[in-house]
Design a protein around this ligand. Structure first.
Ligand code: NAD
Ligand code: MG
Length: 386
């Protein structure tokens, strides 16, 4: 059996570690090329040694010395900085798992696309900020995008063997997050600790806060719009608190196909690792009688305006989604640093979007990064974080 080569961008995060967990169980099938992290040198070096990676890259340039020390004697190459991150992502591999959080992943995702391999994309912010540009690059370089976000992976699976023209509706399911039943009054003063407790999923801090505000579902709406060309008006969000159905596709004959599974990211990650085949995962099979009920509700956009704001941004097009994403990243960081209230997140994102003229539609990656930087600065000033 020939081993498949793999790079994991964001190897020390929640998605990265779950990917490594699956690789560990089938170690003889994989050759690890590059592993990357932001600042966690110890975690990165440990994974690089265990999986005999060829190169380990830390984004923080100041930590190159630490990384070299941690890898001493291993024969593993050490590198640091943003350019090194993109260079590592550009090395030809069979599969790249793009699991960096935020627009910081955009350059590396583009580099991975340009080497023409298959990319398992978890990094939704990259697609939100630069969807058109990334899709054009996928076409130009003959790359393959496999959606790894659980909902998009579910939709991808439900589309297999069908024609996109026959789709009537894509139904994106949402857990509703920890505050699903809250009114606006109670929501205003929720704490960081409450917001970091997701009822169904264990994930990184940023996406956990996004799940609580419903910006996660809004970003996923934009993500779905780029991945599945069925028309924005045909993508519907339905709250499904049990997180067992990960999304659905309705066809014009009235059939609805759904993908079900445990709320464990290793399922969609495994589906990308093995695609177009299947592989074993260690989780217990779903016990449907124990689950008992699957319920559905309409989202409440009065209390949680994020999905409306995202829908409007994608309808507006141009720079709006990149501005929205940047403003949200700044607001989430500020909330995590206890500098702003929970309900200020959505208010500030909408204000940044409505403040003056939006920049021109970005046509290149560099232009997206400029729009992103500018929107971050505006959000920072608006929230008086400086
Ligand atoms: P995380 O915070 O746990 O990990 C993020 C990873 O990215 C880490 O390895 C970190 O070192 C790296 N990173 C962070 N900032 C960086 C920077 N500026 N430059 C370079 N590297 C950087 O995040 P996560 O929960 O694993 O999420 C990763 C992505 O996957 C996000 O886009 C998220 O929306 C998406 N996603 C995550 C889950 C989940 O269950 N965690 C589910 C669906 C989608
Ligand atoms: Mg998701």
């Amino acid at each position: 059996m020939t081993r498949r080569s793999i790079s994991i961008l964001g190897a020390t995060g929640s998605v990265g570690e779950q990917t490594l967990d699956l690789i560990r169980r089938n170690a003889e099938e994989w050759q690890v090329e590059a592993l990357t992290a932001n600042t966690n040198v110890a975690g990165l070096a440990e994974a690089a040694r265990e999986f005999r990676a060829k190169v380990a890259v830390v984004a923080d340039e100041g930590r190159l010395g630490d990384l070299r020390d941690a890898l001493a004697g291993s024969g593993i190459e050490a590198a640091a900085g943003r350019a090194a991150l993109c260079e590592a992502a550009a090395r030809p591999v069979d599969l790249t798992v793009a699991a960096i959080v935020g627009c910081a992943g955009l350059g590396p995702v583009m580099a991975a696309i340009e080497q023409g391999g298959t990319i398992a994309l978890a990094n939704k912010e990259a697609l939100v900020s630069a969807g058109e540009i990334l899709k054009a690059a996928v076409g130009r370089h003959g790359a393959t995008l496999l959606p790894t976000d659980s909902e998009h992976n579910a939709i991808f699976q439900c589309l297999a063997g069908n024609r996109i023209e026959d789709v009537r509706r894509v139904i994106l399911t949402a857990s509703g997050g920890p505050f699903r039943t809250f009114g606006a009054d109670r929501l205003a003063n929720v704490t960081r600790e409450q917001a970091l407790k997701h009822p169904n999923w264990a994930m990184g801090a940023k996406i956990t806060i996004d799940s609580a505000t419903m910006f996660n579902k809004g970003l996923e709406l934009i993500e779905a719009h780029h991945l599945f060309p069925v028309g924005l008006e045909n993508i519907e969000i339905v709250v499904h608190p049990q997180s067992i159905i990960h999304s659905m596709v309705e066809y014009r004959d009235g059939s609805i196909l759904a993908q079900l599974g445990p709320s464990d990211m290793r399922v969609p990650i495994a589906s990308c690792l093995a695609w177009p085949q299947r592989m074993d995962t260690p989780m217990a099979p779903l016990d449907l009688p124990a689950i008992g009920q699957l319920t559905f509700e309409a989202p409440n956009e009065t209390v949680f305006p994020a999905t409306r704001i995202c829908r409007e941004a994608i309808a507006e097009g141009g720079a709006a989604p990149a501005v929205l994403n940047a403003a949200n990243e700044i607001a989430v960081e500020a909330f995590l640093a206890r500098k702003i209230a929970f309900s200020t997140i959505a208010v500030s994102v909408e204000r940044v979007l409505n403040q003056g003229e939006l920049p021109d539609a970005p046509r290149t990656l560099e232009e997206v990064l400029r729009v992103d930087e500018d929107a971050r600065n505006r959000a920072t000033r608006m929230l008086e974080l400086v």
